[in-house]
Design a protein around this ligand. Structure first.
Ligand SMILES: NC(=O)c1ccc[n+]([C@@H]2O[C@H](COP(=O)([O-])OP(=O)(O)OC[C@H]3O[C@@H](n4cnc5c(N)ncnc54)[C@H](OP(=O)(O)O)[C@@H]3O)[C@@H](O)[C@H]2O)c1
Length: 404
């Protein structure tokens, strides 16, 4: 059906490579390109061992549009699945426009020098993609991604009007390390230390990072965890695409150990993103920190437990108040056994692959730049069940966020 170029050979890139290889009827030729070719080659060797399929590997600096254009002219992909870093979103979108290739990513653009997350930079490409007859699908991971589709599904299927949204992301797993992040450390720490923004009564309200927390009991005996309110990018598109929402918030679990380390690292200046002079050169402390922390791709063998990510959507049905919870549980070791990555990479890589699958099949294909909730949620929800991320519904919701 089509050729795909995966950019980024980290934890998520590994999952996407395996998943594309598992669906040969859609992904006929797969190329994995990254900054460090040896990482691409190691993933390709694993894919060959597990699936018997050969995927090509290439070197590319995804921040360099000219290099990308050269690579894409040679490999002739129909779609790029971008799972490197958000800094490269715009250079890759430019290269797609220059070569006539569809685009998909899992994280919105952020300028390297300001940890500011918003879709405006990428939404600004809508007319150019539409005029070129190309599609860009933004944020096709789990959150953003599946959480957008869960919200759309509840809005379409379960409620007459949606009014409140709480996205709850719990990682009940343990990697056994004193401090490690489950996705790219630099992006993770920029996100977690940013001021919180939540939406209420028509505007986003700003509060200090992680200043509000609740307790959340996951379904199916996964456990009870403290969850912290923070800003997450899907809030921006969801309140725009579901204008009846009166309040939208995002919550994430962190262990006491993670928070303790993060506080110390912040206090000593290691999470700074501005360059500082160091021995005759310049160093960005957070980038140095990233270089000494464990890589997410290496956490697979030791991570045990489950992730539990879902959306609690409140609103009305038949004139009555109702709230509905849709969620997925993903086991770290099951993910590792299947593709060699822990569940945070898995829950991101599978939806990235499925978004690309629906685009190549023509099920989700419309020129322009879109977020996932703008498409029919049913085919995506069906594919989640089929390709490794089965979901469940509580209608009415039996879970809630409890103040501590
Ligand atoms: N939506 C979601 O649910 C969700 C969840 C988790 C993660 N994500 C996103 O997924 C992406 C990947 O996360 P991850 O955990 O896989 O991170 P990761 O393990 O650190 O992998 C990132 C990869 O990108 C490569 N890279 C960085 N700069 C590059 C460049 N200029 N050119 C080519 N390759 C480059 C890195 O190469 P080197 O190895 O050479 O450094 C690395 O292999 C991130 O953008 C993250 O924000 C989304």
């Amino acid at each position: 059906m089509g050729n795909c170029l995966i950019i980024g050979a980290g934890g998520v890139g590994r999952v996407v490579a395996h998943k594309c290889a598992q669906i040969p009827e859609v992904f006929e030729n797969v190329t994995l390109a990254g900054r460090t070719v040896s990482k691409c080659e190691a993933i390709a060797a694993d894919v060959k061992r597990r699936t018997g399929r050969t995927i090509a590997t290439e070197h590319v600096d995804a921040g360099d549009t000219a290099q990308l254009v050269k690579l894409m002219k040679r490999r002739r992909p129909d779609i790029v699945i971008h799972v490197a870093l958000p800094y490269q979103d715009l250079s890759i979108m430019e290269a797609c426009l220059q070569t006539g290739v569809h685009y998909l990513d899992t994280a919105n653009y952020e300028p390297p020098d300001t940890a500011h997350f918003e879709y405006s930079w990428q939404w600004a490409y809508h007319d150019r993609f539409r005029q070129a007859g190309l599609m860009a699908l933004l944020g096709s991971g789990f959150d953003p991604g599946v959480t957008n589709v869960f919200t759309a599904w509840v809005a379409k299927h379960a409620l007459d009007e949606v009014r409140t949204l709480d996205i709850v992301d719990v990682n009940a797993g343990d990697h056994g390390k004193p401090f490690a992040t489950n996705f790219n450390p630099e992006i993770n720490i920029r996100e977690v230390t940013a001021p919180c923004r939540h939406y209420e009564n028509g505007i986003f309200h700003r509060t200090p990072p992680l200043s509000r927390h609740s307790r959340f009991t996951c379904p199916e005996g996964v456990g009870t965890f403290p969850v912290y309110r923070m800003y997450h990018e899907e809030l921006e598109s969801l309140v725009r695409n579901f204008p009846t929402l009166e309040r939208a918030q995002f919550w994430m679990s962190f262990s006491d150990n993670y928070l303790k380390h993060l506080e110390v690292l912040q206090n000593v200046g290691m999470t700074r993103i501005d360059p500082i002079p160091f021995q005759g050169t310049e160093v960005v402390p957070l980038q140095f920190l990233k270089a000494v922390l464990p890589e997410p791709a290496g956490l697979g063998p030791d991570t045990r437990g489950k992730t539990c990510i879902g959306t609690i959507v409140g609103g009305t049905r038949d004139g009555e108040d109702r709230s509905v919870y849709v969620y997925n549980l993903c086991d770290h070791q099951d993910a590792y056994l299947e593709v060699g990555s822990q569940a945070v990479s898995y829950t991101t890589g599978v939806p990235a692959t499925l978004g690309a699958k629906l685009m190549l099949e023509g099920t989700w294909m419309s020129p322009g730049v879109w977020n996932l909730e703008q498409f029919d949620p049913y085919p995506f929800m069906a594919d989640l069940n089929h390709y490794g991320l089965p979901w469940n519904v509580q209608d009415p919701a039996e879970v809630s966020l409890e103040d501590e």
